[in-house]
Design a protein around this ligand. Structure first.
Ligand SMILES: [Zn+2]
Length: 697
């Protein structure tokens, strides 16, 4: 049964079910997803495994819901084709970035359809739903009920005019489509009508007291303040029944009488995906899945982004509670959003760093991105990713501190002792302090990780490398090697202990670097590997006489030009987006053919040009029109210099009434127009056109 009281940190708990938000399968993933959910979840899962726990780290593609059907319609393909495409891209990205899911499943899998159906039926049989025929928004032209992303309107809570039917992305509130003010169909733009249809509602109001006791009383202290605050505000506003079925044909069919032609709401089926993915994994591994979801001793942790808080802290727990046999999450450490170079990450505006593109530009730098995103993670507030910071994290921390320390230790050990770990003699006070400091690091990191402060933890890891650098700089073995052989050996021995600790402790944060470092230190055999807890308990981490390998750079400098290339890419994407969104001037009123024939257009050549004094926009031109040479004042000086227009063939309106501009009489007009991108261009007569006029016949 469910716990209603605060579960204090249980040191004895050995089984962990760790879930990461199911990515929605209508596009690849970007750095915001990685920073907000997958990197912290992976650090946590790796750390839990390293400290000897039984871990199920679960994720999968969320493949139902309206946006996928909209995208499929746009591209003229089936929803299945859309999800097949992106499931593969997303899964590959996770693998390449070293996200160690025990299972990455998908919600279109049969095991998920079966699990979600069964879950729904159980709640139905227990009378946990309210079945109701009600009037729902309907687009008659599209022959479609308008729920979720099929409808856009004003959020009743915050006034955002672009709220979706099920959730407002501005304030995070989850609501029913009929709550929207001024709703509009996202398919046709029509104002919807109301039409009767039957749906099943989860009466959240019925679970209000339980949620109050469990979260507001029980998790006030251990949940992150941003998560707790959001949940509290929703509960304080009062919870209402939420429809958990939809009139759609893409999704999991409603498995009860009267459910024909309807599917489960995507946010009803998606979190059940964690359960079905666990079942799939357990079957493959020959394990029993149930303890991971039903044993009180299991600690369930959901890693999510802040836009998913309502679903993981209110709706899913209410479902689990209603079902009755499941445990509830121990924590839901949601992150805030990551921005990019000062602007909100946006798929539609292509303002993002997509993982597949990042890998093309930085093929061996997965750890650098993991580190930069962790060191600057949006844990307590929205945060900004900048390429300059990314470069600084790499050059000033990973290269200059971590990489530099390891390189010095390995190079010197090879140079002085042919790579053999030297035997130390008496330890000095500073040696003793340094060795004691190493032993303290596991619990320092642990304390941060257990509180979901991965940013802090990543800085503590860097502090251990800093300690190593400082130790070498203070002790200067490269000077002592000429005068004091014993002391040099002792210093190198201590430095090698730090290197060995870094190889283990860096694994959750920098897994590729950790592997590389273990290889450099030649720690392939079991007995040489130091576990997380052994760093504290073992007397010696890297014994004397062990032979390490050759030096190899762990990190390499990122040049300014590489950063500029990324900034240029973003600038190009911004320009393309602005051009796409540029409002094209509407067509002017119709004129008659007779009006048109009044215009006398000639091909002319610009003979001379000069800037009009004290006028930013004006050039004074001498133009040969074929009839005469005349003066024309043209407002093009901001787009063209005088030099570049001389000799140009242009189209001239010669019978425009003359007028004086700044005291110069202008006798005609050079025809110009704008490209769709907003660039001013000449209406250029064909270069081969010679003669004195355009014929209008
Ligand atoms: Zn809102």
């Amino acid at each position: 049964m469910c716990t209603f009281t605060a579960s204090k940190e249980k040191k004895m708990s050995k089984r962990y079910t760790i879930t990461a938000a199911l990515p929605y399968t209508n596009g690849p993933i970007h750095i915001g997803h990685l920073a907000g959910v997958y990197v912290p979840a992976d650090i946590y899962a790796r750390y839990k495994r390293l400290t000897g726990n039984d871990v199920a780290f679960i994720c999968g593609s969320d493949e139902h819901g309206v946006p996928i059907t909209i995208k499929a319609k746009k591209e003229g393909v089936t929803p299945q084709q859309i999800v097949d495409r992106y499931h593969k891209i997303i899964k590959d990205s996770f693998e390449v970035f070293g996200i160690t899911f025990d299972n990455y499943s998908r919600t279109s899998a049969k095991i998920h359809h079966d699990t979600a159906s069964e879950f729904f039926k159980t709640l139905y049989d227990k009378n946990e739903f309210v079945e109701e025929v009600s009037e729902q928004l309907y687009d008659a032209e599209a022959n479609q009920f308008l729920a979720d992303r099929f409808v856009v309107g004003t959020c009743p809570k915050c006034g955002n005019e672009e709220s979706y039917g099920d959730q407002c992305e501005n304030c995070g509130t989850s609501h029913n489509a009929t709550d929207l003010i001024n709703p509009k169909s996202a398919i046709t733009g029509n104002v919807p009508t109301l039409k009767e249809t039957k749906h099943w509602f989860l009466p959240l109001n019925k679970h209000e007291q339980f949620l109050k006791d469990w979260i507001l009383e029980g998790h006030k202290k251990d949940w992150k303040p941003n998560v707790y605050g959001q949940v509290k505000s929703w509960i304080d506003d009062g919870l209402r029944p939420r429809a958990v079925t939809r009139d759609l044909d893409w999704g999991i069919p409603v498995p009860v009488p009267g459910g024909e032609g309807k599917v489960l709401y995507v946010w009803f089926d998606a979190p059940i995906g964690y359960i079905s993915a666990t079942k799939e994994w357990a079957a493959r591994e020959g394990k029993d899945w149930e303890p991971y979801w039903k044993d009180e001793d299991t600690k369930l942790v959901h890693f999510i982004g802040k836009d998913n808080i309502v679903f993981h802290c209110i709706i899913f727990p209410a479902m689990l509670k209603a079902e009755g046999s499941y445990i509830l999450p121990d924590n839901v450490p949601a992150n805030e959003f990551l921005n990019l170079e000062g602007n909100k990450l946006s798929t539609s505006k292509n303002w993002a760093v997509w993982l597949p593109e990042y890998l093309q530009d930085f093929p061996d730098k997965q750890d650098v991105l993991r580190y930069a995103l962790t060191a600057n993670a949006p844990e307590t507030k929205d945060n900004d990713f900048t390429w300059k910071d990314f470069q600084a994290r790499n050059n000033n921390e990973l290269v200059a501190i971590f990489g530099n320390f390891i390189n010095r230790v390995v190079v010197l050990t090879n140079k002085y002792y042919n790579g053999i770990v030297p035997t130390p003699s008496d330890f000095s006070t500073i040696d003793e302090e340094t060795l004691a400091a190493i032993k303290a690091y596991p619990s320092v990191l642990e304390s941060s990780i257990e509180r979901y402060r991965f940013r802090e933890a990543s800085q503590e890891l860097m502090n251990l490398a800093r300690l190593g650098n400082k130790y070498l700089a203070d002790e200067e073995p490269w000077k002592l090697v000429k005068t004091d052989e014993d002391r040099t050996k002792t210093i190198m021995f201590v430095a090698l202990q730090i290197a060995s600790a870094l190889a283990t402790l860096s694994e959750p944060f920098l897994p590729f670097t950790s592997t590389k470092l273990k290889n450099i230190l030649n720690l392939s055999s079991e007995e040489l590997q130091t576990s997380w807890s052994e760093i504290t308990s073992k007397e010696i981490l890297l014994p004397a006489n062990h032979t390490i390998g050759k030096a190899e750079l762990l990190f390499s400098k990122i040049e300014d030009s590489e950063i500029q290339a990324q900034l240029d890419k973003l600038e190009a994407s911004k320009k393309a987006n602005e051009a796409a969104n540029k409002v094209v001037e509407p067509q002017k009123d119709t004129i008659t053919f007779d009006d048109f024939t009044k215009l006398d257009l000639r091909v002319g050549t610009i003979l001379e040009a000069e800037k009009m004094p004290k006028a930013k926009k004006l050039l004074v031109l001498k133009v040969d029109t074929g009839i005469d040479v005349r003066t024309i004042v043209s407002g093009i000086a901001e787009s063209f210099t005088a030099e570049e227009v001389v000799g140009k063939k242009v189209t001239v309106l010669v019978n425009l009434a003359p007028r004086a501009l700044r005291g110069v009489e202008s006798e005609g007009m050079i025809l110009m127009t704008e490209t769709p991108e907003g660039k001013l261009v000449f209406v250029n007569p064909d270069d081969t056109t010679i003669g004195n006029g355009l014929q209008i016949s």
